[in-house]
Design a protein around this ligand. Sequence first.
Ligand code: SAH
Length: 262
Amino acid sequence: MAGGLRVVLVGTQHPGNIGSAARAMKTMGLHQLVLVAPERFPDPDAWALAAGAVDVLDAARIVPTLADAVADCQLVLATTARRRSVPMPEFDPRTAAGQLRGEVEAGAAAALVFGRERTGLENEELQLCHGAIRIPANPDYSSLNLAAAVQILAYEWRLSGLAAASGGGPGSEPATALPADDPGAAPDPDDRPASHAELEGFFGHLAALLEQIDFHKGKAPDMVTQRLRRLFLRARPDPRELRILRGILSDTQRQLRSPTGQ
Ligand code: SAH
């Protein structure tokens, strides 16, 4: 899968929802569907509810984990019905769609992630994402049906494209919530936000060093890890910047092995 916006459904329980989500996507011009460990798929219920969008189901990719689904993506936004303990930037659907549109038009791959019907996304899954999108629903009853949530985000995506095509409207405002690429920059393979897999490589390296220097002093590393992830995901480093950071980590590790440093 190259650039464009993909819809990722994580651990979907009811195949009918997968079919309805495919239909919701196609009506709004979205075609890339990735299923992370669906409970029942392929299943006739999915094909029955997809109606004329069976081509989206036929082309759906099935992967074991969310990390696999978004490894090559430069922007990954999760949807969630409620506020979570994981600290992360939060967007409304319209702002998120404008942000995703900007990335995709610059040639990036981006993902919109949806959780399980009963339990949504796990904290570990949310932590893989750059930000969360909450549909501002009734606070007393805020959980939409999965395919209905897909429809709302797909519609906002569609609107952001129509507004951009007609050269006006709120959807065409440059998104400011996350730093945007400079559209006039010379083409350079490193002139893009690092992919998800590149960031995960850095996070793994950083965790190893923190372990080596006993940074956590016997305490659980979870809170520090979450905050560091949030910091670097917000900064959106490019591959060159990640290489510098990893160089610092490697040199530190080398100095630890030969403390005289000479
Ligand atoms: N009890 C679950 C509800 C999951 S609903 C929870 O609290 O998370 C299934 C999926 O639909 C969610 O994981 C999310 O992807 C999407 N969804 C439902 N309501 C939403 C809302 N108000 N805002 C954003 N996404 C929503």
